[in-house]
Unconditional design. Structure first.
Length: 279
């Protein structure tokens, strides 16, 4: 734990086998690791073996990634629920409590708001029955719910104790949302905060998101202001590095993990300095 904050890495930020990523994240000093279902599908021994290595490294798994194209999925709903249940089975083995769910990007999905809410309540009930929770995340390229004002309204309408949000600073800033939206979200409904930064580029947002994110202490966006704002409101949950960058992936995973954690420390230091200077 760094300065009383829980800070984790994201396995998809690395270009290395899961076992190597775990070693690198442990050596750097992170508190845990966000894990993807692809990590488990390709891991010898599956979730059971991965869970054993994670326990030996004393790394928590705050979130398991991810369920896509779910709400408003219509005829494919049953199939998507089957996928969710399979993910939750692995979560149980890994000791993960939050399943991340990205807002639907499928052009063939339904825009019926009542249908979407009903689907999300079903998913939240399924999570509740397993003592888990759903962390919902809007994407700027989502079909229906593509910013945090819409996601907040969706969360309130679902109105379920096991349904909350994943706050990703890339998605927050890339949609030009005012930070005032954070004041409308109860902090116990933010199940994970994913931090990254970026610079202006003549590329589609999805391309920047997937290939050109920067460490949270770099870039143009005031990510430290997000940290200060949510902590002033009482946030005490997990922070994660969510940096997808082709250049970073070329680095040695141990060096990358150390650089990522250093960036976290620098970001938190700037946030604390700003708080001390505030009137």
């Amino acid at each position: 734990m760094i300065n009383s904050r829980l800070v984790v890495a994201n396995s998809a930020a690395f270009s290395a086998p899961l076992a190597v990523v775990i070693d690198a994240v442990e050596a750097a000093g992170f508190d845990g690791l966000e894990v993807y279902n692809d990590d488990i599908d390709g891991f010898p021994g599956g979730a059971t073996a991965a869970a054993s290595i994670l326990r030996q490294a004393d790394l928590q798994v705050p979130a398991f990634n991810l369920l896509r194209d779910y709400e408003g999925s219509g005829d494919s709903r049953a199939e998507r629920i089957d996928v969710a249940e399979a993910l939750m089975d692995d979560m149980l083995t890994l000791g993960a409590r939050t399943l991340t769910v990205c807002a639907n990007t499928n052009a063939a999905s339904s825009g019926d708001h009542a249908e979407q809410l009903g689907d999300l309540r079903i998913l939240a009930d399924l999570a509740q029955s397993r003592d888990m929770q759903i962390g919902f995340e809007p994407l700027p390229w989502s079909r229906w719910i593509y910013n945090y004002e819409q996601a907040r309204a969706c969360m309130e309408a679902v109105n379920h104790p096991c349904f909350g949000l994943v706050l990703d600073t890339f998605h927050l800033f890339s949609t030009n949302m005012s930070l005032q939206v954070l004041d409308k979200i109860p902090m116990d409904k933010i199940f994970l905060v994913q931090l990254s930064n970026a610079v202006t580029m003549p590329l589609p947002t999805i391309e920047i998101a997937r290939h050109h994110r920067l460490f949270p202490s770099e870039g143009e966006w005031p990510v430290a202001d997000v940290v200060q704002r949510i902590e002033d409101c009482g946030f005490e949950g997990f922070y994660s590095i969510e940096v997808f960058n082709d250049n970073y992936k070329d680095q040695d995973p141990f060096e990358f993990a150390k650089a990522a954690l250093l960036s976290f420390r620098q970001l938190f230091a700037s946030s604390e300095a700003a708080a001390e200077m505030a009137p």
